[in-house]
Structure formats: structure tokens, C-alpha cells
Design a protein around this ligand. Structure first.
Ligand code: NAP
Length: 295
């Protein structure tokens, strides 16, 4: 059997179209569009390319997008003042500070200075707490976990009562997706296990997963024989395993042995083209929801 491919590329395109439509409706009704500011400190090439992609996506959707570039040597005080300015700007619904920040800046202090109601990355402790409580408390879901849940739901995978095993317990992927899948409600209501480097028998846990979410950052960590036949496998891992000699581009692999796993799983995400494209898409949706709430 060959698994059905869950294409993040296709699903994210569909969601971006939905967002565009909602933005147009908002503009027609209120004359306003969502406002997003992306703050980039310094000239880290990877950060520049991430920010460029976010800015391009926001502009394509018709958002009011401000790209605020600051020099590498900006003081923490000035950066905090800048965030305060955007916190108080009614035209701005989402504030995104691109990480990493230079060493002389305490990134925790900066992220915690963002108004939780404009924290579209959902890294602020208030939003982490709201996620834990669930239901109406939730303002924003963190972007990568939200993208993972969307892939699970839109692939038609039943989540209610499903055994979900999450490999990894990071604050940006493992812990939040585990919490989200355990909540009562649509697209969740699962029985969740989190495994990590302290887990004694990774294989046994993975083998009983109806939905296996792998976010470890270790290429080929999950062996094909650990996969339950017919299960849904979401591979979050992005590992650079070499360079394509012709194009010079990095060769990317996930945490799952995709070639063999796709013969066992029922549905599976590829790397690249799985979870990756969903993250920006969810950032845009968070900004749209923030704008809708502010009206
Ligand atoms: P992270 O902070 O390094 O966390 C990795 C987690 O995996 C840790 O909890 C670690 O356990 C666990 N782990 C590592 N090796 C393991 C092993 N051999 N057995 C069991 N558990 C193991 O990483 P992250 O930020 O969550 O990211 C994980 C992967 O997802 C990376 O490849 C990253 O590039 C990718 N990612 C992709 C996207 C995207 O596509 N948009 C977004 C975010 C992350 P301990 O806690 O015990 O150390």
C-alpha cells in the first residue's frame, strides 16, 4: 500500500485563498484590512529570507504590512520602545519579531513586551496559558502546531479518541501540539502521549499511534517498523543532510524514513512540502483573526 500524501503546499494554498477572500470581505464592509508589522534586527541572511517571505505573503493577501528593519546594534530599550509604539497603534493587529535577536538583547523580555492580543506567533506566556485552558480563552494558536492540526483535520483523519503520539517536547512544537490535540473539541479530543530523550522505549509508543507527530530534528529517527499500518504520520523535522551538487541547494529530510514509511502509513506528509508551508499560512490567519476581533 502507498500512503496518501498530505500536501502542505496544496493545503496552504487553499487556506491562503480563504484568507484572501475574508480580507476582501472585511475591506468591503469596514474599509479596513489586517495590519502586520515584521520587525527584523540586523542582517542575518536566514532571517532576511524568512521575513521577506512573510512580507510577500502578507502583501499578496492585501494586508497592511510594515517591514520595520532595525540595525544590529539597536539597544534593548529602543527595541522595547518600538514594540510599545506598535502595541498602541490601532492599525496594527499583529506584531512579529524575527528570531534570533542579537546577543545583547534578551529575547524573552522582547517577546513578553508584545501585547498578548497582537502576539500572532503565540509565544507570549499569556497565550501559552490560554492555550492550556483551551476553548474560548484561546486567542492565537502557535503557527507550526496550528499548521499540523490543520493538516490532520483537512486530510480527513479522525482525531476523536485517536491515539496521538508526539515525538519531541519543545515549547514551539511538541508541547503545544500535544496540548491542542488533547483538548475537548473538533479536530482534537485525542489521547496523547509525549515522548522524548528520556523515554525508555520509543518504538513501542510510536507503534500504537493512530496519529504520529514527529518533531525531534533527527533524520530518520522514526523507523518504518515503528509505524502503525494505516496511521497518519506528520513529519515536522527539517534536517539538512547535504547539498545538491548541481543547484547548490540544501537537501532536506524529515525525521521519518519517508520512502519506507509511505508503504505502511495511511497518510503522510513529505519533507519539504508538508508542515513547512503551513507555518506562514497560520501566521496570516492569526493576524486576520486579530483584526476581526479588534473590530
Ligand atoms: P527542539 O527544540 O530541538 O526539540 C526537539 C525535541 O525532540 C526535544 O524535546 C528532544 O527531547 C526530542 N528529541 C531529540 N532527539 C530525540 C531522540 N533521539 N529521541 C526522542 N526524542 C528526541 O526542536 P523543535 O524546535 O521542536 O523542532 C523539531 C524539528 O522540527 C526540527 O527539525 C525543526 O527544524 C523542525 N521545525 C519545523 C518547522 C516547520 O516546518 N515550519 C517549525 C519548527 C520546527 P529532549 O527534550 O529530551 O531533549
Amino acid at each position: 500500500m502507498t500512503a496518501e500524501l498530505i500536501s502542505g503546499t496544496e493545503i496552504s494554498k487553499a487556506i491562503l485563498e480563504e484568507i484572501k477572500q475574508e480580507v476582501n470581505e472585511m475591506k468591503d464592509k469596514t474599509g479596513k484590512v489586517p495590519g502586520l508589522v515584521t520587525i527584523l534586527v540586523g542582517e542575518n541572511p536566514a532571517s532576511i529570507s524568512y521575513v521577506t517571505l512573510k512580507v510577500r505573503t502578507a502583501l499578496n493577501l492585501g494586508f497592511n504590512e510594515i517591514q520595520d528593519n532595525q540595525p544590529e546594534d539597536i539597544s534593548q530599550e529602543d527595541l522595547l520602545a518600538l514594540i510599545d509604539k506598535y502595541n498602541n497603534d490601532p492599525e496594527i493587529n499583529g506584531i512579529l519579531v524575527q528570531l534570533p535577536l542579537p546577543k545583547h538583547i534578551d529575547d524573552k523580555k522582547v517577546l513578553n513586551a508584545i501585547d498578548p492580543d497582537k502576539d500572532v506567533d503565540a509565544f507570549h506566556p499569556v497565550n501559552v496559558g490560554r492555550l492550556m485552558i483551551g476553548g474560548d480563552e484561546v486567542r492565537f494558536l502557535p503557527c507550526t502546531p496550528a499548521g499540523i492540526q490543520e493538516l490532520i483535520v483537512r486530510s480527513g483523519t479522525e482525531t476523536k479518541g485517536a491515539e496521538v503520539v508526539v515525538v519531541g517536547r519543545s515549547n514551539i512544537v511538541g508541547k503545544p501540539i500535544a496540548m491542542m490535540m488533547a483538548q475537548k473539541g473538533v479536530g482534537a479530543n485525542s489521547t496523547v502521549t509525549i515522548v522524548h530523550t528520556g523515554t525508555q522505549d520509543l518504538a513501542t509508543h510510536c507503534k500504537r499511534a493512530d496519529i504520529l507527530v514527529v518533531a525531534a530534528g533527527v533524520p530518520n529517527l522514526v523507523k518504518p517498523e515503528w509505524i502503525k499500518p494505516g496511521s497518519t504520520v506528520i513529519d515536522v523535522g527539517v534536517n539538512r543532510i547535504g547539498k545538491n551538487e548541481k543547484t547548490g541547494k540544501a537537501i532536506l529530510r524529515g525525521d521519518v524514513d519517508f520512502a519506507k514509511a509511505k508503504e505502511i502509513a495511511g497518510k503522510i506528509t513529505p519533507v519539504p512540502g508538508g508542515v513547512g508551508p503551513m507555518t506562514i499560512c497560520m501566521l496570516m490567519r492569526n493576524t486576520l483573526r486579530s483584526a476581526q476581533r479588534s473590530m
